[in-house]
Design a protein around this ligand. Structure first.
Ligand SMILES: Nc1ncnc2c1ncn2[C@@H]1O[C@H](COP(=O)(O)OP(=O)(O)OP(=O)(O)O)[C@@H](O)[C@H]1O
Ligand SMILES: [Mg+2]
Length: 290
């Protein structure tokens, strides 16, 4: 299936970890990262490609994390504000993201409750489209750690941070790769998707970003009636154990989130889809145990 870069993963640390070249101590650990990991675990939902289900999965995983009793924060990093929309939170940030980046304004003022127990959100608004540009221009000594620095005051308040990321390999993405413990990558089972995933892996390996990052790809929007979906899903999972076993089907129940503006579990608790999402969260937790 042309997953050559993926072969650079080896079984062991997380059912596949980054190239052995990345087993050296990383600068993040030197800067007290181990303390951050102990306090708050960061799951980034990311793919270079758009429309693969990043926002859909982020919202449901955040909900399930909160349901576990974990104090959970979801950070909508996308100017489209899909997470804020699904969780019914007004996408308006006082002063816009410019103020947040330039003045290091108090991040706690930007927190919003979602109405679900244990689940808070940092919403995004349209000003987030300037985030990449602003990070590049920031006076911070380490622009690639800017998001990590800004979120630092919240470490003590939350067990889990879920990042809904915009598509593309931007500075925002580089920040995300450095601050995350786990990179959950939803993929639609097509050859183009696998190509994009390979690009991501190559980028991580080449740039030696965050050796302790656990990359967990899985298939979303799987339609068993499509031969290409069947072939890709089976072949890839057989050959590449790094892929999660749980595959999320293409489903009207999941798509209805756009109308319900709520996580699937909250309006279809007993559905097969809710069970699959629970399996997905369970597998992610198991595969990302320290
Ligand atoms: N498993 C699924 N079954 C049916 N529809 C789905 C599923 N997952 C996502 N979708 C639908 O696919 C569309 C894109 O999903 P989503 O917005 O979560 O993707 P995204 O990767 O966040 O997109 P973007 O890159 O634009 O941020 C939405 O309409 C969503 O409802
Ligand atoms: Mg999205």
């Amino acid at each position: 299936m042309g997953l050559d870069a993926s072969e650079k993963y080896r079984e062991g640390c997380f059912g596949g970890c980054l190239d052995p070249v990345m087993t050296h101590d990383s600068p993040i650990e030197e800067e007290g990262r181990s303390d951050m990991k102990r306090k708050m675990k960061t799951y980034a939902i990311y793919n270079i490609k758009g429309g693969v289900g990043k926002t859909t999965i982020s919202v449901n995983l955040a909900f399930l994390s909160a349901l576990d009793g974990k104090r959970t924060l979801i950070w909508d990093l996308d100017p489209q504000g899909g997470t804020s929309y699904y969780l019914n939170v007004r996408p308006k940030i006082k002063g816009g993201v410019d103020k947040f980046v330039r003045t290091k304004s108090d991040i706690e003022n930007l927190l919003r409750m979602t109405g679900y127990p244990n689940l808070d959100i940092l919403p995004s608004d349209i000003s987030y489209r300037r985030m990449d540009h602003l990070i590049r221009k920031t006076a911070d000594k380490k622009p690639i750690r800017m998001l990590e620095t800004r979120v630092k005051p919240l470490r003590k308040n939350y067990d889990h941070l879920i990042l809904d990321c915009p598509p593309d390999l931007s500075m925002v993405a580089e920040n995300v790769f450095r601050m995350a413990d786990v990179l959950v990558v939803p993929l639609i089972p097509t050859t183009l998707s696998l190509r994009a995933y390979n690009r991501l892996v190559r980028f991580l390996v080449k740039n030696k970003i965050n050796k302790s990052l656990r990359v967990l790809p899985f298939f979303n929007q799987v339609n068993e009636n499509k031969p290409i979906h069947r072939v890709v899903t089976r072949n890839v999972r057989d050959k590449h154990p790094i892929f999660l076993n749980t595959a999320v089907p293409e489903s009207n129940v999941i798509e209805a989130m756009g109308v319900k503006r709520a996580p699937v579990f909250s309006y279809a608790r007993e559905s097969a889809e809710s069970n699959t999402l629970k399996d997905l969260w369970q597998e992610i937790k198991e595969r990302s145990k320290d």
